[in-house]
Design a binder for this molecule. Structure first.
Ligand code: ASP
Ligand code: MG
Length: 455
């Protein structure tokens, strides 16, 4: 069996849902289980409705509820026509939006938005999309059956970021999903949502959680592969807005993908697919607008390449702490990182020498107080407008040639700091913010241009 997950843009409207049905039609033999996101943008709107209602702006909230209702009903009729079956689906969906309107009114009365009520509201997007997709599949002749995700995706009760309970999920998946597949049905469920163990109260797995749902279901059922259908061709060797000849990565290691995650490569966050990848289940990222593409396959063991991708970001702040006292003293790093923890500041890249430590920080909004505390440990300098470029490849440290080729490609552009990850697969350089793009372009040319030695 396989798991096919469709993100918000792949179920965004009737045309997208029809393409999704065609993709599943081509996979019936492989026993697909389908996981869907809310219609693109719906979750954001639901959260806004909840916030508005709790602030007492009931009229605006209710207007937004009607907007969402209309969108769902319009797409329902576009997909299903106007027969009795279409009316049934439309009224089932409409009832969900009645419930949403009552929830909004209750929030306005209470004037308070708890994580639990936020989940009750934000989960409605997937509750609705899954019902609509099942009906659309049936219309396309697919034997689809709706599965209420809350019966399968069992979690703890940390609302808005609930922790899945793998054993309970495996048990429920075998009890509920497996028999449907054996009977030749195509189970369809909403991603992102679950229910708390014991109480059954609706929870969510956190924003973007549908990938996580797909991975958990795939792991529970030992899927052959998990397909994540989205609106891009897969992961690329660089951001195509910076490097126009960036190429599709056909296969990438889970660790490599994780190293790239902090660069806003919004395709998917590898951690969300960890449950599957850890079990040896490959995850494939595919474009639902171009289903004939091969996509990117993420596996635990990937081909060894010196460079798989180059990523960069600017707007980074570099802090250097220099202390002669650090020489041969233990506990210096602990004291220093205590300061970062106290100021809730997360550090990205670190390099140390005998007497100094350099770190980069992404969010430089509240650094003044932090710097005052750091000064107790040594001389501190702060350099704003830096950028970082990472060269990621699981064979990067094999031999020395790739590393020297990378440094040669950077050439005369100034490097402020350099760090090689402990696994040796990520070489990060800190450069001037405005040099991020040229450095990425030079590196990409050195490793991927036609003339570059095959990697
Ligand atoms: N609909 C949810 C969100 O927008 C979950 C997802 O699409 O993955 O966060
Ligand atoms: Mg997503």
């Amino acid at each position: 069996m396989i798991v096919c997950k469709f993100g918000g843009t792949s179920v965004g409207d009737a045309d997208a849902i029809a393409r999704t049905a065609a993709i599943i039609s081509a996979r019936v033999d492989r026993q697909p289980v389908v996981v869907v996101s809310a219609l693109g943008g719906a979750t954001n709107q639901l959260i806004q409705i909840a916030e508005q209602a709790a602030k007492g702006q009931l009229i605006g909230a209710l207007r937004a509820v009607e907007g969402l209702r209309d969108r769902h009903i319009v797409e329902t009729h576009r997909l299903l026509g106007n027969d009795a079956q279409a009316e049934d689906v439309a009224s089932e969906l409409s009832a969900m939006f009645d419930e949403l309107a009552s929830l909004a009114e209750a929030l306005t009365t209470l004037g308070d938005l708890t994580p639990r009520s936020l989940d009750a509201i934000s989960s409605l997007g997937e509750q609705a999309s899954s019902v609509l997709v099942v009906a659309a599949f049936a219309k396309h002749g697919l034997p689809a059956t709706h599965v209420d995700a809350r019966e399968v995706m069992i979690t703890d009760s940390q609302y808005t970021r609930a922790e899945p309970q793998a054993d309970a999920i495996a048990e429920a998946a075998h009890r509920i999903v497996m028999p449907l597949m054996r009977a030749g049905r195509i189970p369809v469920m909403g991603g992102f949502i679950g229910a708390a163990l014991g109480t059954g109260v609706t929870t969510t797995l956190g924003r973007g959680g549908s990938d996580y749902s797909a991975s958990l279901v795939g792991a529970a059922l030992q899927a052959e592969v998990i397909e994540i259908w989205t609106d891009v061709d897969g992961m690329l060797t660089a951001d195509p807005r910076v490097v126009p000849d960036a190429r599709l990565i056909h296969r990438i290691g889970f660790e490599e993908a994780s190293e790239l995650a902090s660069f806003g490569a919004k395709v998917l966050h590898p951690n969300t697919i960890a449950p599957a990848v850890m079990k040896g289940i490959p995850v494939c990222v595919l474009n639902s607008r171009r289903p004939e593409g091969t996509g990117t396959l993420i596996t635990f063991a990937a081909p060894r390449r010196s460079v798989t991708a180059i990523a960069g970001k600017s707007g980074v702040t570099l802090l250097r702490v220099r202390s002669p006292r650090m020489l041969l003293t233990e506990g210096f790093l602990r004291r220093m990182f205590d300061v970062f923890e106290r100021h809730r500041t997360s550090v990205d890249v670190v390099a140390t020498s005998e007497v100094s430590v350099s770190v980069t920080i992404d969010d430089a909004t509240n650094l003044e107080a932090l710097v005052i505390d750091l000064r107790a440990l040594g001389d501190v300098t702060m350099e704003r407008n830096r950028g970082i470029v990472s060269i990621v490849g699981n064979g990067l440290s094999d031999g020395g040639t790739s590393m020297s080729r990378a440094l040669a490609a950077i050439g005369d552009l100034r490097v402020h700091m350099l760090s090689l990850s402990s696994s040796g697969i990520n070489l990060t350089v800190v450069v001037d913010g405005q040099q991020v793009h040229p450095v990425m372009q030079r590196l990409h040319a050195a490793f991927f241009s036609a003339g570059a030695e095959a990697t």
